[in-house]
Design a protein around this ligand. Structure first.
Ligand code: SF4
Ligand code: SF4
Length: 81
């Protein structure tokens, strides 16, 4: 299963919980800070993402959306519920 995530960097407070939670090493820290002065997380190795949504479930700021791709169809899977 292939996955895809987006991170709203302006919501991100740079806690890195998502980086710790990701079993595939998809997410990294950006080198430029956001408007709140935090270094935000960013998806980098998207080819490794499985869409497991561990990252989104850990994010206290609801900054991450996860998509899964199956049979060429995309569907929103998780935004922390
Ligand atoms: S959905 Fe899973 S594999 Fe993809 S970035 Fe999040 S934790 Fe990592
Ligand atoms: S868990 Fe959320 S707030 Fe924390 S670094 Fe990741 S995206 Fe940013």
């Amino acid at each position: 299963m292939k996955g895809k995530i987006t991170i709203n960097k302006e919501l991100c407070k740079g806690c890195k919980y998502c980086i710790a939670a990701c079993p595939r090493g998809v997410i990294v820290v950006e080198k430029k800070f956001n408007k709140m002065g935090y270094f935000p997380a960013a998806p980098k190795h998207m080819d490794k993402c499985t869409g497991c949504a561990f990252c989104a479930r850990m994010c206290p700021e609801l900054a991450i959306e996860v998509w899964i791709t199956d049979n060429n169809k995309s569907a929103a899977k998780n935004k922390k519920t």
